[in-house]
Ligand binder design. Structure first.
Ligand SMILES: [Zn+2]
Length: 100
Protein backbone atom coordinates (compact mmCIF):
# COMPACT_ATOMS: atom_id res chain seq x y z
CA UNK A 1 0.00 0.00 0.00
CA UNK A 2 1.32 3.34 -1.07
CA UNK A 3 1.33 6.44 1.06
CA UNK A 4 0.89 9.80 -0.52
CA UNK A 5 3.24 12.49 0.55
CA UNK A 6 2.63 16.18 0.26
CA UNK A 7 5.16 18.92 0.74
CA UNK A 8 3.96 21.53 3.17
CA UNK A 9 4.99 25.03 2.21
CA UNK A 10 5.37 28.11 4.33
CA UNK A 11 2.51 30.47 3.40
CA UNK A 12 4.78 33.50 3.37
CA UNK A 13 7.92 32.43 1.50
CA UNK A 14 6.79 29.07 0.12
CA UNK A 15 9.83 27.29 1.46
CA UNK A 16 9.08 23.71 2.43
CA UNK A 17 8.40 23.45 6.14
CA UNK A 18 7.60 19.79 6.30
CA UNK A 19 5.91 16.86 4.72
CA UNK A 20 2.48 15.47 5.24
CA UNK A 21 1.71 11.82 4.92
CA UNK A 22 -1.68 10.79 3.94
CA UNK A 23 -3.21 7.40 3.49
CA UNK A 24 -6.90 8.19 3.51
CA UNK A 25 -7.04 11.12 1.08
CA UNK A 26 -4.81 9.45 -1.48
CA UNK A 27 -4.73 11.32 -4.78
CA UNK A 28 -6.50 14.33 -3.34
CA UNK A 29 -3.47 15.33 -1.35
CA UNK A 30 -1.62 17.81 -3.52
CA UNK A 31 2.08 17.39 -4.06
CA UNK A 32 2.65 20.84 -2.64
CA UNK A 33 0.26 22.67 -0.43
CA UNK A 34 0.26 25.61 1.91
CA UNK A 35 -0.73 25.24 5.51
CA UNK A 36 -1.51 28.80 6.64
CA UNK A 37 -0.54 28.00 10.18
CA UNK A 38 2.78 26.35 9.29
CA UNK A 39 4.97 29.41 9.05
CA UNK A 40 8.67 28.61 8.79
CA UNK A 41 11.04 29.77 11.49
CA UNK A 42 12.58 32.45 9.30
CA UNK A 43 9.27 34.09 8.50
CA UNK A 44 8.04 33.68 12.03
CA UNK A 45 11.03 35.66 13.18
CA UNK A 46 10.80 38.15 10.33
CA UNK A 47 7.08 38.86 10.33
CA UNK A 48 5.45 37.38 13.38
CA UNK A 49 7.88 38.70 15.94
CA UNK A 50 6.20 42.08 15.77
CA UNK A 51 3.24 41.23 13.60
CA UNK A 52 0.25 38.98 13.28
CA UNK A 53 -0.74 37.01 10.24
CA UNK A 54 -4.32 37.07 9.06
CA UNK A 55 -5.47 34.35 6.72
CA UNK A 56 -8.63 34.18 4.69
CA UNK A 57 -9.31 30.51 3.97
CA UNK A 58 -11.93 31.32 1.31
CA UNK A 59 -9.61 33.33 -0.90
CA UNK A 60 -6.22 32.18 0.31
CA UNK A 61 -5.28 35.79 0.96
CA UNK A 62 -2.69 36.32 3.63
CA UNK A 63 -1.64 39.59 5.20
CA UNK A 64 0.73 40.33 7.99
CA UNK A 65 -0.23 43.20 10.24
CA UNK A 66 2.00 44.91 12.76
CA UNK A 67 0.83 44.15 16.29
CA UNK A 68 0.28 47.85 16.86
CA UNK A 69 -1.99 48.10 13.84
CA UNK A 70 -3.77 44.90 14.79
CA UNK A 71 -4.65 46.31 18.19
CA UNK A 72 -5.80 49.54 16.60
CA UNK A 73 -7.94 47.77 14.01
CA UNK A 74 -9.47 44.86 15.84
CA UNK A 75 -11.24 44.48 19.13
CA UNK A 76 -9.95 40.97 19.72
CA UNK A 77 -6.63 40.38 21.46
CA UNK A 78 -3.65 39.28 19.38
CA UNK A 79 -3.77 35.48 19.26
CA UNK A 80 -0.99 33.59 20.97
CA UNK A 81 -0.11 31.77 17.76
CA UNK A 82 0.17 35.11 15.92
CA UNK A 83 -2.02 33.59 13.25
CA UNK A 84 -5.72 34.25 12.92
CA UNK A 85 -8.40 33.69 10.33
CA UNK A 86 -10.78 36.18 8.82
CA UNK A 87 -13.53 36.18 6.25
CA UNK A 88 -13.38 38.10 2.97
CA UNK A 89 -15.29 41.06 4.47
CA UNK A 90 -12.53 41.59 6.98
CA UNK A 91 -9.83 41.11 4.37
CA UNK A 92 -11.39 43.88 2.29
CA UNK A 93 -10.05 46.47 4.72
CA UNK A 94 -6.54 45.57 3.56
CA UNK A 95 -6.01 47.17 0.17
CA UNK A 96 -3.09 45.05 -0.95
CA UNK A 97 -1.77 41.81 0.42
CA UNK A 98 1.65 42.53 1.83
CA UNK A 99 2.79 39.03 1.05
CA UNK A 100 1.27 37.40 -1.96
ZN1 LIG B 1 8.72 31.22 5.40
Amino acid sequence: MKSYVGMMLCPLCEEPVGVALDRSLKETLPEKFVDPTAVCDTCREKYLDTGTMIVCPETGQIVTVADEAFERTFTIPIPESKVCFADPDVMAIFPEPEVA
